[in-house]
Design a protein around this ligand. Sequence first.
Ligand code: ADP
Length: 583
Amino acid sequence: MTDFRFRFVVALVSLIVTVLVCLGMLLGQLFKDFYVETMNKRIEKETKMIALLLESEPIDTARRQIEQMSDTLSARITVLDENEKIVIDTGQVSTISDSAHERIVRDILHGKEEKNASIMEEKQNIYYYIVPFLHGKKANGHVILSTSVHSLKKVTQQIWGVLVSSLGTALIVIVLLGLKITAQHMKPIEAATKVAFELARGNYKARVYETQHGEETGLLTHSLNILARNLQEMSKIQEMQTDRLHTLIENVGSGLILIDSRGYINLVNRAYKEIFHIRPVDYLHRLYTEVFPYKEIIQLVDEIFIKETRVRKQLVLTVDIERKYFEVYGAPIIGTNAEWKGIVLVFHDITELKKLEQMRKDFVANVSHELKTPITSIKGFAETLLDGAMKDEKALEHFLSIILQESERLQSLIQDLLDLSKIEQHGFQLRLEQVNLTRLLTELMTMFMGKAEEKNIHLRVDAVDSIYVVGDSDRLKQIFINLITNALTYTPADGHVIVRVKESSEEVLVHVEDTGIGIAEKEIPRIFERFYRVDKARSRNSGGTGLGLAIVKHLVEAHHGYITVKSQIGKGTTFTVHFPKEV
Ligand code: ADP
């Protein structure tokens, strides 16, 4: 039984007991009074009857009747004459002695204020009823009827017995019924209270059994369940929204930081952690002035705090050993009642964009520079010729051959630029087909034989009869022309250039191997950049544009392949093109 039900039952039982005790006392008293009054009246009547008998009959005649009456009434009847002398006494009905009886009777008589009045008195547990009578119109005597109060006590006991047992039974029945009714009505309330506690603790899954007893309790349990369901749904929606927000904040590409109104950092998202390589414990719940290692950011936050406006700035920050460009956006968070909630900072990493921008600038500068050299040269020689040199036939021929050479360089440069821009264009598409690489490379060899012989370089293809790849044969040719040209260019006389074609289960590999000058390890990542040359003069002299490997890389990637380089200075270089078998 719960505390509440126990208290309720105790209060109810106490109330019922009080009511029943009061009722019992009232009823007991009423019954007793009623009985006493009835008995008194009876004694009075009987005594008066004896008095009448004595008035109408001589004492001696009445004696026998009086004795009979005494027996019937179970009462002692004493008759005193006018001199207060006992003339009739029916004898003992109680434990009291005759002398004591006489003394009591006389005491009562002498205490009587009015001579001819009847008296009723209780002495030593005996009722005395004294009635005067007239005898032959002479002075009156007295009839005394005395009876024990013992019967009255018995009756009183009986009355109390009946009252106690009936009221006791009533109490037990009421208490049992009360317990049953309270159990019926309290149980749902208790269950509802428990569920309400659970709801208050945040357990919205709690439900109460819906009872049919009593409209109010039924309504209560029903409403409580509706409330619990609504709360559960609301918390689910809230959870979902929190989850979404959390996922959004965590997965957004830009770094995000929340600072509260006191300047303490509340939230750091994943992107920020990754960009700045920080641990959240070093940031969370600490002052922004303590944690940001960049004074530019601290100044920016200060500015937002002071001006209460949004601020957008481009900052260059050093993260570890790298310099990174950020577009930082900071805004104050102001609540509905214009109260300060804090600041949100968003860091967009624009390093790549900046790099691209720089690359574009460099590219334009490079192209202009590359174009300028041959044009200046052509212009210079043409001017020299016009100034008179054309009259000298030898000089004329020499200068014209230089002009032709420079024009060819210009042409190949423009061709490479056109190729590159074409490959880089969005809609660039390969005409894919099954290409026999062995045959393609063997055909190419004839093209290079002249140049190889010129430098006395041993050039050959090492491949089995037919190895196929899926690709665009023109573009594949372009890849290998560039690689073999480079190999021949950067290999001194009497060297070797071997093109090996190999096949594994997953890819086809083409190694372009030379015994040339080699490339330093730190240069290797850069040789695929546009216009990058390890030895500028040498490349230019050999007619290189600096774009060949950039084109190769793009074309190989368009074939879903990749290119690797192994090189040793003075020993030679191997470029390996990896083509996947399944495109
Ligand atoms: P280029 O037209 O100058 O050859 P590339 O883009 O084809 O331009 O090559 C870039 C640079 O890489 C060259 O300038 C050269 O320094 C280096 N390089 C390319 N291939 C070889 C090779 N086989 N051996 C040594 N260096 C090479």
